[in-house]
Design a protein around this ligand. Structure first.
Ligand SMILES: [Zn+2]
Length: 286
């Protein structure tokens, strides 16, 4: 599943290859890909015809291209397997091609390819800040220059929850995801089940700094590989080349203390952690 750094790489690709161009026609090849469009696929296509797309934007893992007049935007989420590809019109259709945008310049098409179809595209109205209405409840992500560190730390410690749940709570902080949550927790020596109201402010600050650091490092890798992938605005760029300290390393030695990394079932997912560096909180272990 693409995480925030991969989605940011896609945003940059869209900004470079799609922003500023005018849509000639949109074609929906699978209705599920536009299921959030209340009035259906025909309405989706009709709204995009003749529209010039503005600067690509992102909030958490959502991407959108505002229309040049600022009233509406083309919103997308890659889900588990979605990809946005910028392809030469002569390139044969991908097996799982769901939506195609042709442009008036006759150049490269924008294709939404999604094998599992958990992702989606929709045309949505934008609010006064240019944000799609359905994203109003989603907090900024830690890579956003306008992310409010102090506000986040206060909200984090006030919340009656556990620390990993908080990191994945999109109303508190967006875009972290399972992989970067485990990585940030390992770096901060925090157990995923630690109650947030036991976090000191400096510990909260450390956790936020570490989340930001792992995501920035992954973005640097993804950004590099995107340039060499010239046309692939691909949700998985950089995914395999990044180095991880905890996630996916079950049974392998912790890079800090040598203790084998453990994997625990956690909310239908997995949590990877070092049982020595990241102790189970005392009040839970009792
Ligand atoms: Zn360790």
């Amino acid at each position: 599943m693409p995480e925030l750094p991969e989605v940011e790489v896609v945003r940059r690709g869209l900004a470079r290859w799609v922003s500023g161009r005018t849509v000639a026609a949109a074609e929906v090849l699978h209705p599920r890909a536009v299921r959030r469009q209340a009035a259906g696929g025909a309405d989706f296509a009709a709204r995009l015809g003749g529209v010039t797309l503005g600067e690509a934007r992102r909030r958490g893992k959502y991407l959108w291209l505002p229309f040049a007049d600022g009233t509406f935007g083309l919103l997308g989420h890659l889900g588990m397997s979605g990809q946005l590809l910028v392809q030469d019109p002569a390139t044969p259709d991908e097996t799982h091609l769901r939506v195609r945008l042709r442009f008036t310049d006759g150049g490269r098409e924008l294709r939404f390819v999604d094998q599992r179809t958990f992702g989606h595209l929709a045309v949505e109205e934008l609010d006064a800040d240019g944000l799609p209405h359905s994203l109003a409840h989603i907090a900024r992500d830690p890579l956003d220059p306008r992310f409010d560190d102090a506000g986040f730390l206060t909200a984090l410690r006030a919340k009656r929850t556990t620390v990993k749940r908080a990191l994945l709570d999109q109303s508190l902080i967006s875009g972290v995801g399972n992989i970067y949550a485990d990585e940030a927790l390992w770096r901060s020596k925090l157990h995923y089940d630690r109650p947030t109201d036991t976090l000191t402010r400096p510990l909260g600050q450390l956790l936020l700094a570490n989340a930001r650091e792992v995501m920035t490092a992954a973005l640097a890798v993804g950004g590099t590989s995107f340039d060499s992938l010239y046309v692939n605005v691909n949700g998985e760029s950089g995914y395999f080349s990044r180095s991880l300290d905890a996630y996916g390393r079950e049974g392998e030695p912790c890079y800090r203390c040598g203790t084998p990394i453990r994997r625990a079932a956690w909310m239908n997912r997995s949590s990877y952690f070092c049982p020595r560096c990241q102790r189970v909180p005392r009040q839970r272990a009792a």
